[in-house]
Write a protein that binds this ligand. Structure first.
Ligand code: ITT
Length: 197
């Protein structure tokens, strides 16, 4: 089975490659370098569908797209769909996470609860559409730590770690991240739908 992955984010390509290799090694995922549609949806699902529909229209193949971000409780769910360019249109990950830490600095929220969201849209070769979601709960660190991953990984501490462990995702191995992330959870929900392709 061939699916085109409608993203221009190289980190997502790499992570999907690792997730697919672990769970659906028979799936052939090909890259997409066609036109980038305007992401003007107001939800993760709308934006994921906009990207998947564009790739399906351009290639005629089944298409997958991920729209994702970090949602901070005390900020009412922001940055959310604006995560990629929270500090400006440049998609500068270091500036984005510095701004987010700054915004939390003056707010008294001892829990600093946050979640990573991944919404995956699938437009099958016949045009039928499906949307699944994965959420990774945790909290924001007080300072960036770790070199792995991308985006907000250096400031996100997932729940469910061993007692005394407070690692950020950037301190996880790739295998650890790809077995429990929001993206892995969304892909898990997608697997039954891929069977029909
Ligand atoms: P495409 O639209 O081309 O797929 P994008 O990076 O613009 O790439 P999004 O609009 O979905 O994609 O933005 C996702 C942003 O959310 C991403 O740039 C990061 O800032 C953040 N993000 C998503 N998943 C993440 C992860 O696993 N780790 C850290 N940050 C993540």
């Amino acid at each position: 089975t061939r699916v085109v992955l409608a993203t221009h984010n190289a980190h997502k390509v790499e992570e999907f490659g690792q997730i697919v290799a672990r769970t659906r090694p028979d799936l052939e995922v090909i890259g997409y370098d066609g036109p980038e549609p305007i992401e003007d949806g107001v939800t993760f699902a709308e934006n994921a569908l906009i990207k998947a529909r564009a790739a399906h229209a351009h290639t005629g193949l089944a298409a997958l797209a991920d729209d994702s971000g970090i949602c901070v409780d005390v900020l009412g769910g922001s940055p959310g769909i604006f995560s990629a360019y929270w500090a400006g249109q440049k998609k500068d990950a270091a500036a984005n996470l510095a701004l987010l830490l700054d915004q939390l600095h003056d707010i008294s929220d001892p829990h600093r609860a946050a979640q990573f969201h991944s919404t995956i849209a699938l437009v099958a070769a016949d045009g039928s559409e499906h949307v699944v979601q994965g959420i990774w709960p945790g909290r924001l660190a007080h300072a960036a730590a770790g070199q792995g991953g991308f985006g907000y990984d250096p400031i996100f501490i997932p729940d469910g770690q061993d007692a005394g462990s407070e690692r950020t995702v950037a301190e996880f191995t790739a295998a650890e991240k790809q077995s429990q992330s929001h993206r892995a959870r969304a892909f898990e929900a997608l697997i039954p739908l891929l069977a029909g392709l």
